[in-house]
Design a protein around this ligand. Structure first.
Ligand SMILES: NC(=O)c1ccc[n+]([C@@H]2O[C@H](COP(=O)([O-])OP(=O)(O)OC[C@H]3O[C@@H](n4cnc5c(N)ncnc54)[C@H](O)[C@@H]3O)[C@@H](O)[C@H]2O)c1
Length: 254
């Protein structure tokens, strides 16, 4: 499949698990990838691997974000896909009873304000072109409640979901689609390390997943590729859950 031949895709958080897998997937389907991340070394490596461009970007910084989309347009002539995916989930963000205002604000900035900025500066290019696809990374916790709370993270992803829906509706007749991608738990090195140390913690979560395992980053990337492509031409303003069935489950298989 060459669904992104001649198209440029900006990916934030491109040095991380989901971002890197998506950079590889979109490039494999012909996209010219602009990889954005705070992490220069890993970001550059991803861009090099996929034959794209790296732009060092702090997604909480308005000037950085404006410059990122302008750089993509300049390098490749268009901004066809924006995968606004950078995000954090620090340990200081926990139960509302213990989470301080600084941790709350930091997570809101990186996870939600960043998506506002990325959409704000991707949209003018897409409006000029009369087409584009924005995919914003939310999470299944925007849809499901967890007793193992990360309160600011959850609230930030709820914001990403509502913002994406609104923009999807507002720009629908300008050829621009905006969707929220809501992954379930992904098997990242960090998660694996955490759960290897504490198998009970993993088991408490896995019991809720009908498919009985966490997602591979490549499975999330495949969903991004679908949503970003013309195959999803009638999908906008959606909450696209890629969660192994979590949000549909009451009693899961043994
Ligand atoms: N991993 C999961 O289980 C899971 C589940 C649901 C949703 N998500 C979401 O998916 C997205 C990607 O997660 P991941 O698992 O690949 O995480 P990751 O930590 O592997 O990657 C995140 C990337 O974002 C970058 N980043 C952080 N702050 C930044 C900033 N201010 N500016 C620019 N880049 C910044 C980091 O350097 C890193 O490369 C996040 O939004 C996350 O909340 C992850």
């Amino acid at each position: 499949m060459n669904r992104f031949e001649g198209r440029a895709a900006v990916i934030t958080g491109a040095a991380g698990g989901i971002g890197r897998a998506t950079a590889r997937r979109l490039a494999a389907e012909g996209a010219r990838v602009v990889a954005a991340d705070l992490d220069e070394e890993a970001g550059r490596a991803v861009a090099e691997e996929v034959g794209g461009t790296f732009v060092r970007t702090d997604v909480t910084d308005e000037e950085d974000v404006e410059a990122l989309f302008a750089a993509a347009r300049k390098a490749y002539g268009s901004v066809d896909v924006a995968f606004n995916n950078a995000g954090i989930s620090p340990p200081e963000d926990d139960s509302i009873l213990t989470t301080g205002i600084d941790a709350w604000r930091r997570v809101q900035e990186v996870n939600l304000t960043s998506v506002y900025l990325c959409c704000k500066y991707a949209l003018p290019h897409m409006r000029e072109q009369g087409r584009g696809s924005i995919v914003n990374t939310a999470s299944f916790v925007a849809t499901m409640g967890a007793a193992t709370s990360q309160i600011s993270y959850t609230a930030s992803k709820g914001g990403v979901l509502a913002l994406s829906r609104e923009l999807g509706v507002q720009f629908a007749r300008e050829g621009i689609r905006v969707n929220a991608l809501s992954p379930g738990p992904v098997d990242t090195p960090l998660l694996r390390e955490l759960f290897a140390k504490d198998p009970e913690r993993a088991a408490r979560r896995l019991v809720h997943v009908p498919l009985g395992r966490f997602a591979a980053a490549e499975e999330i990337a495949a969903a991004v590729a679908f949503l970003a492509s013309d195959d999803a031409s009638f999908i906008t303003a959606s909450n696209f859950l890629v969660d192994g069935g979590i949000s549909g489950a009451y009693v899961t298989p043994l």
